[in-house]
Design a protein around this ligand. Structure first.
Ligand code: GLA
Length: 395
């Protein structure tokens, strides 16, 4: 599948730019085992990069002014002058890239002309972070081609900044961090406050993490994502007014939250309550994962879904149905919606020998209930953004 993507993207480059691409880069999407919406609230998250990618075929040009993109999946091109200041445009996919360029330009770094064709196997709007792969993939390419001396952390932050400034989604750092820092077979335990992180092997012998795509698409520009952030900011302000000595959001207790409930209002109270509980769950889940305690991990996933659905209110009818029905199946230890929500995928922890049967049953039930053919992704935990070198792979 990766070979196919690389060949198709290279072919698109040849036909649009009438020459051979010089270099190929792959930027992955991500899963998140647990820790949802806590990446902008001092929480921990447990994501991993996956074997679904955006592939970029790239060539530096002699013309030092023009950067041209060809988005194969949209069959659209866009060019801009690298010596001029850029502003957001009407095509959303372009803004992810222009925002990256803008952040690099603002930091005083210079880039020259280049041509890029790209194409993706990360489904868009499914909660697998195709946006972060696009932003960070481009930042990585600029860093490599123009020797910008940016660190991996810089690349992740530039991707996030692009999304804040040019796209308008006030996302956290989890998606960009995973796309840049992913490692094969390793889950990342990321402290979103300090960006300290550690890797560990997900020890889930006998069980699989399988994604079910509800095929309900979202874009966080309109989904309610930014509203959730506002609810949370309001809650945090009230908590800090009352308890100024507390350093980090995650250090507030549920008792403190209860004390300011009336002043905070029901909505922000529910959002903050979910977040404080979720942050604790991630710490528990990390322990469960390294101890190979799949049963306990499954229980935590179920609690997370309940919180996302009723307290944080970012699920939807289709995802709630899917999760509820999945949990009734034999061999299922846990299930929950994954990512920003309002559609996209669920992540399911299923005993290996039951996977086929669960997929068959849920596909049929989901189709019967909503008339939608769900998609299933059995992803592998993979490396972060890297350059593809053909001779390094045995084909
Ligand atoms: C989206 C955002 C992330 C994170 C998740 C929810 O994917 O881009 O920063 O907030 O939603 O966990």
């Amino acid at each position: 599948m990766q070979e196919q993507l690389i060949n198709d993207t290279s072919e698109a480059f040849r036909s649009v730019f009438q020459s051979e691409p010089e270099r190929i880069f792959l930027a992955p999407g991500r899963i998140n085992i647990i820790g949802e919406h806590v990446d902008y609230s001092d929480g921990f998250v447990l994501p991993a990069a996956i074997d679904k990618h955006i592939c970029f075929a790239v060539k530096k040009t002699d013309d030092s002014e023009t950067c041209t993109f060809f988005a194969k999946d949209f069959n659209e091109s866009f060019s801009f002058n690298v010596n001029e200041k850029q502003s957001p445009v009407s095509q959303t996919w372009v803004n992810y890239l222009l925002g990256v360029f803008n952040a690099i330009q603002e930091s005083g770094k210079e880039i020259g002309g280049l041509q890029i064709a790209f194409s993706s196997t990360i489904p868009m709007g499914s909660g697998l972070s195709s946006s972060a792969a696009l932003e960070c993939g481009f930042a990585y390419i600029l860093n490599e081609l123009f020797n910008l001396h940016l660190t991996k952390k810089d690349l992740a932050l530039i991707g996030q900044k692009s999304e804040h400034t040019f796209v308008g989604v006030k996302c956290g750092i989890m998606d960009q961090f995973s796309s840049v820092f992913g490692k094969e077979h390793q889950v990342i335990m990321l402290d979103c406050n300090s960006l300290e992180h550690q890797y560990f092997e997900a020890n889930l012998d006998g069980y699989s993490l399988v994604l079910f795509d509800s095929c309900v698409k979202h874009t966080h520009l309109t989904s309610g994502y930014n509203d959730r952030r506002k609810d949370v900011e309001h809650g945090k302000n009230i908590l800090w007014k009352k308890f100024p000595e507390v350093q980090k959001f995650r250090d507030f207790t549920l008792e403190m939250l209860d004390e300011v409930k009336a002043e905070m209002g029901e909505t922000s109270y529910k959002r903050c309550k979910y977040l404080l509980k979720e942050i604790k769950r991630v710490e528990e889940a990390a322990k469960a994962l390294s101890a190979g305690n799949a049963e306990y991990l499954g229980k935590l996933l179920v609690e997370t879904h309940a919180g996302l659905s009723t307290e944080f209110e970012v699920s939807c009818e289709e995802l709630d149905f899917m999760v509820e029905e999945t949990l009734k199946q034999n061999g299922v230890l846990g299930a929950r919606m994954m990512g920003g929500g309002f559609g996209g995928c669920s992540i399911n922890l299923i005993r290996n020998e039951n996977v086929a049967e669960v997929i068959e049953n849920i596909t049929a039930e989901y189709k019967a209930a909503f008339g939608i053919e769900m998609k299933v992704y059995r992803v592998k935990i993979s490396d972060g953004i890297n350059e593809y070198k053909r001779n390094e792979f045995v084909i």
